[in-house]
Design a protein around this ligand. Structure first.
Ligand code: NAP
Length: 305
C-alpha cells in the first residue's frame, strides 16, 4: 500500500467518512485510518431519526455503511490501524500507527469519543457479564429481565427506551432530579410504563459474585442506601475523546477535545479536527458530517496554497 497521501483522516465515523467523501471527490489522494469498525459510535444506534433525508429513520449501521460506500466510490482508501502518534517534519505530517508509518500533507482528526466509565467497583469485573455501554448490542441478552440505566442525557434516555423492547423493567438512575435529555426523548421515556426513574441517586457498587446480580445505590439527598436487584446495568455517563497521544502536539481542553477555528483548522497548519473530538461540537451525526466536509474543504484549500 501507498504510504504517502495528500490527506489522511483519522477516524471512520460520520465526520471522517464525510471528510473522506469530500477529499476523494476533490481528487486528493486520501487515506482513512480506523482502529475499530467503520461507522464509529453511531453505528451502534438501532435507529437514527434526526439525520435529514430519512423521514422514517435509519439504523446507524446502514447510514454509515452507505457513507462509506459513497466515499469509496470516489477513491477513499481505508486501513485498519490504531494511531499512536503524529509528528511533524519538513515533508509534512508523519502518522505513527500500529501498522507502521504513513505520511500526509494534511491530516483531519475525526476520532470521535468513547463512553466514560463511571469508576465504581465491579464495573471492569462484570464487563460483558451484565455491565454494558451499548444497549443496541447487548439489550437482547436481557429479555424479560430487570435492568438499570445510569445517566440522564440523550444517550441514557434513548437507550433506556430501546431497552424496554427486551427488558421487563428499566430503572433509570440519575444523580439529579431532572433529565438533561432533549424534551422529545423525555416525553417518550415518561410515557413508557416499563421505565421507572430513580432520582438523586448514584451507584456505589455493582453486586456479583459471578455476574451482575444487583446494584448498591445511594440517594444523594437523604444519604439512604438500598439494593436494586437487576441483571444488567448500562452506563451512559458521557463521552471522552481518545486524544492522549495528541497532548504536546496540539492544545487540548481538559477533557481532551481539540479547539478549532471556523474552518475546522487547529493551531497547526494542515491539521484539522471534526466531529465529537472537536471542542464545542454539538455532537450530532449531522453536525459531525458537516464538520467533516468543512475540514476536507479547508484541507483542499491548504494544499492548494
Ligand atoms: P451527556 O449529554 O454528557 O450526558 C451524560 C449524563 O451522565 C448526564 O445526565 C450526567 O449527569 C450523567 N453523568 C455524568 N457523569 C456522571 C457521574 N460521574 N455519575 C452519575 N452521572 C453522571 O452524554 P450523552 O447522553 O452520551 O450525550 C452525548 C452527546 O450526544 C450529547 O450532545 C447528546 O445530545 C448527543 N446525543 C444525541 C442523541 C440524539 O440526538 N438522538 C442521542 C444520543 C446522544 P448531569 O445531567 O447531572 O450532568
Amino acid at each position: 500500500m501507498n504510504r504517502a497521501y495528500e490527506v489522511i483522516i483519522i477516524g471512520g465515523g460520520p465526520a471522517g467518512l464525510s471528510a473522506g467523501l469530500y477529499a476523494s471527490r476533490a481528487r486528493l489522494s486520501t487515506l482513512l485510518i480506523e482502529k475499530g469498525i467503520i461507522g464509529g459510535q453511531i453505528a451502534n444506534a438501532a435507529h437514527v431519526e434526526n439525520y435529514p433525508g430519512f423521514p422514517d429513520g435509519i439504523s446507524g449501521l446502514e447510514l454509515t455503511q452507505a457513507m462509506h460506500r459513497q466515499a469509496k466510490k470516489y477513491g477513499l482508501e481505508t486501513v485498519a490501524a490504531e494511531v499512536i502518534g503524529i509528528t511533524l517534519n519538513e515533508r509534512g505530517k508523519v502518522i505513527k500507527t500500529t501498522e507502521g508509518e504513513y505520511r500526509a500533507k494534511a491530516v483531519i482528526i475525526a476520532v470521535g469519543a468513547e463512553p466514560n466509565r463511571l469508576g465504581v467497583p465491579g464495573e471492569e469485573k462484570f464487563l460483558g457479564k451484565g455491565v454494558s455501554y451499548c444497549a443496541t448490542c447487548d439489550g437482547p441478552f436481557f429479555k424479560d429481565q430487570m435492568v438499570a440505566v445510569v445517566g440522564g442525557g440523550d444517550s441514557a434516555v434513548e437507550e433506556g427506551v430501546l431497552l424496554t423492547r427486551f427488558a421487563s423493567k428499566v430503572i433509570l438512575i440519575h444523580r439529579r432530579n431532572r433529565l438533561r435529555a432533549s424534551r422529545l426523548l423525555q416525553e417518550r421515556a415518561f410515557a413508557n410504563k416499563k421505565i421507572e426513574f430513580l432520582w438523586d441517586t448514584v451507584v456505589e457498587d455493582i453486586l456479583g459474585p459471578d455476574r451482575v446480580r444487583g446494584l448498591r445505590v445511594r440517594n444523594v439527598k437523604t444519604g439512604d442506601r438500598s439494593t436494586l436487584e437487576v441483571s444488567g446495568v448500562f452506563f451512559y455517563v458521557g463521552l471522552h475523546p481518545g486524544t492522549d497521544y495528541l497532548r504536546g502536539l496540539l492544545p487540548l481542553d481538559e477533557e481532551g477535545h481539540i479547539p478549532t477555528g471556523e474552518g475546522m483548522e487547529t493551531e497547526i497548519p494542515g491539521i484539522f479536527a471534526a466531529g465529537d473530538v472537536r471542542k464545542n461540537s454539538p455532537r450530532q451525526v449531522i453536525t459531525a458530517a458537516g464538520e467533516g466536509a468543512t475540514a476536507a474543504i479547508s484541507a483542499e484549500k491548504f494544499l492548494s496554497e
